[in-house]
Ligand binder design. Structure first.
Ligand code: SF4
Length: 239
């Protein structure tokens, strides 16, 4: 099915998402360092596993200094539910070292990123080995309301169903294409709304497709309307 990522169409999708889910709230002003560590734990793993690993982490260690100075084995055991525990333990430690070394008072903070241009903040985060575009943009989007689109599993799936990007696009490609096509002034809001749609209706399996405002954009639903698929079926490319 043909891709249509024209600005007018994206703005219409955005407006219809607002009509369905309402304007999304402002940034999450919880501790940004904690948010960044949780985002690292969440890489390539389901939300429930991230939550378990994060709970273990913040129960086991009293503060960021203890995590940074921890033995890798102990830290890996603690965050085991998140998968790739050794790798993620190194990433947590490296990230804390980078934040502490950047701070003037040997503390741990991400506040300085808020004073940078979004692209510079993204670049600063990505120079830490193990922090890629997705992890960096999750922090910038949620904590700083930056105009970037982190492409998580919901965003990738729905952008494909909405025919904004090809089904064959890798996650990195999806990130590049969406950040190019979605107009700057609605990036942040568009991202939050798509997540809402993914969590509430357009789930990976058993999406609830009754919403007339949104199903008109959907490639999967077009197959259903054309009688090529039953409502519970998925086109091969969406499996
Ligand atoms: S019609 Fe169904 S699959 Fe398509 S975008 Fe809507 S909820 Fe998702």
């Amino acid at each position: 099915m043909e891709i249509d990522d024209s600005e007018g169409r994206i703005r219409n999708i955005h407006q219809d998402l607002i009509d369905v889910y309402g304007e999304q709230g402002n940034h999450d002003d919880s501790d940004g360092v904690r948010q960044l560590l949780i985002t690292i734990l969440s890489q390539n793993v389901a939300d429930e596993n991230t939550a378990r690993a994060a709970e273990n982490l913040f129960n086991e260690y009293k503060n960021y200094k203890e995590i940074e100075n921890s033995d890798v084995g102990r830290l890996a055991d603690t965050i085991n539910p998140a998968g790739l525990p050794q790798t993620k333990a190194q990433r947590l430690k490296r990230t804390l070292t980078a934040l502490r070394e950047h701070g003037e008072k040997e503390d741990y903070s991400v506040d300085f990123l808020g004073d940078m241009e979004d692209s510079n903040a993204q670049e600063w985060l990505e120079q830490i080995k193990g922090i890629g575009p997705k992890t960096a943009s999750v922090l910038l989007n949620f904590h700083f309301d930056a105009d970037v689109i982190p492409v998580d599993t919901h965003v990738e799936r729905i952008s494909k169903r909405f025919r904004l990007i090809p089904f064959s696009a890798s996650n990195q490609k999806a990130h590049d294409l969406l950040n190019e096509s979605v107009p700057h002034d609605i990036k942040n809001s568009f991202h939050k709304l798509v997540i809402e749609h993914g969590k509430n209706n357009c789930t990976a399996r058993n999406p609830t497709c009754g919403n007339t405002k949104l199903k008109k954009y959907c490639s999967r639903y077009k197959h259903v309307e054309n009688g090529e698929l039953e409502p519970e079926e998925f086109p091969p490319e969406d499996l």
